[in-house]
Design a protein around this ligand. Structure first.
Ligand code: AMP
Length: 442
């Protein structure tokens, strides 16, 4: 199938040609006809498969075919994404694919002043890309109305709901006009998220280019069984010895990311860290350095890595195992993008074998052992890191995103299911902190 057969208009075809896209990817060829026909859609595709163009192209076509001046503060299309980086990337994709069309778009996210965003909205935009927190803020201040909305897109819907954005999303969704087209895209689609998506979508077309959470086949996946105190040396060795020209290293915490980047720097390896505590400009600087090859290694937490689309990442290294198996799929999907091959190396500490097995179950294959020995598996082996100085313990808001830590907290409660007397006091500030953390992310 070609883009012409998808009945895309000539200015869009020209833009695709200029980008060097010759054939639609499977998610594009299966999605675009439904979206052009105005249907709701639930799309499940691995990261790096061309999801963005799958919704951006038909949306641009719709805006072009039903031209109207952009009304101040009333976008016709809203795309919601979980992180600032992903929102920026989506905005950039609209600009790229729509370069031969006349339309206006804006990207709004938190962590930066709202002045320029408000000015763009006052001027009028057809397409608005937003993170949930800032969108809600601007809506509550009256800078955005959704009464003229035609298309609503949730990208990375599973992660957004997973990251605790559900209350914000529900508020946003309650303001949507009943008559709209809704598109949900997600790399993984756990059953509970699919259930929620179905409750929000009207008779959706379903597109799944690969079974949910099946690992990208091209990626060579290996595991290193390693003691915690040897991880640092192993990382240095792997980066120095292999053709690791562009490696993305994942740690579980922000502190861990900073520490690993610092230690690599001390060894003369050009590295920087990217995570939610960094300012927007520091995040952009690190990403640019990585993209342009100034940095060889980017150390990231799951949150900041979400949506990073950097060509040619040769290695993804899981310095810390992800706490939920689905993050593994997202992480390794940062390599092997757009048809390239890639290598994913995972460090597994003793006592984390069960976590590794959960990942293998999800990806439906056993991961090849590159070094070390898994050692004996005990039935009650505790999961996750146990070293105080590990730099890999979840901190602050990051802990809340790990299902395992929810579990640990809930099993620590008395059997009544209520927190112990007095615990409520300490729970409340933490909840507030988490809420602030979530706002800060958006
Ligand atoms: P996405 O999954 O939307 O993040 O896209 C992953 C990468 O694939 C991006 O770098 C896109 O520019 C690229 N891409 C998307 N569609 C195509 C296509 N039809 N042909 C070639 N590359 C594409």
């Amino acid at each position: 199938m070609s883009f012409v057969e998808l009945e895309l208009v000539e200015p869009i075809l020209r833009a695709l040609e200029a980008e060097g896209y010759t054939t639609p990817t499977p998610i594009q060829s299966q999605t675009i006809p439904h979206v052009l026909a105005g249907r709701d859609l639930l799309g499940c595709a691995q990261t790096g498969t061309g999801k963005t163009a799958a919704f951006a192209l038909p949306i641009l076509q719709r805006i072009d075919q039903h031209r109207r001046p952009a009304a101040p503060r009333a976008p016709r299309v809203v795309v919601i994404a979980p992180t600032r980086e992903l929102a920026s990337q989506i905005g950039q994709s609209f600009a790229t694919y729509g370069r031969n069309l006349h339309f206006r778009h804006a990207v709004v996210f938190g962590g930066v002043g709202q002045g320029p965003q408000v000015r763009a909205l006052n001027h009028g935009v057809h397409i608005l890309v937003a993170t949930p927190g800032r969108l809600l803020d601007l809506m509550s201040q009256g800078f955005i109305r959704l009464d003229q909305l035609e298309v609503f897109v949730l990208d990375e819907a599973d992660r957004m709901l997973d990251m605790g954005f559900l209350p914000d999303l529900k508020k946003i969704i309650s303001k949507l006009p009943a008559k709209r087209q809704s598109l949900f895209f997600s790399a993984t689609m756990p059953e509970n998220i699919a259930g929620l998506a179905h409750s929000l979508l009207h008779n959706p077309a379903q597109v799944s280019v690969t079974p949910p959470a099946t690992t990208v086949q091209r990626i060579d996946q290996q595991v290193h069984f390693v003691e915690h105190h040897n991880k640092r040396a192993l990382l240095h060795q792997l980066i120095s010895e292999n053709a690791c020209h562009r490696a993305l290293v994942f740690t579980r915490t922000k502190h861990g990311a900073d520490k690993v980047a610092r230690q690599l720097g001390e060894r003369g390896i050009k590295a920087d860290a990217i995570h939610g505590n960094k300012s927007q400009s520091a995040r952009e600087r690190a990403l640019l350095g990585f993209r342009t090859g100034k940095l060889h290694v980017l150390v990231a937490t799951d949150l900041a890595a979400r949506g990073i689309d950097v060509d040619d990442i040769s290695h993804v290294i899981n310095y810390d195992l992800p706490t939920d198996p689905e993050s593994y799929v997202h992480r390794i999907g940062r390599t092997g993008r757009a048809g390239a091959s890639g290598i994913a190396l995972t460090f597994c500490e003793p006592g984390q074998r069960r976590d590794l097995r959960d990942i293998e179950k999800l990806v439906r294959k056993s991961i090849q052992v590159a070094s070390g020995s898994p050692g004996p598996e005990t039935a009650d082996a505790p999961s996750g890191p146990r070293h105080r100085d590990s730099g890999s313990r979840p901190q602050n808001g990051e802990a809340r995103r790990t299902g395992r830590h929810h579990e640990q907290r809930s099993t620590a409660r008395p059997s009544s299911g209520k927190p112990p007397y007095g615990a409520a006091k300490s729970f409340h500030p933490r909840r507030k902190k988490r809420r602030n953390h979530r706002r800060a992310l958006a």
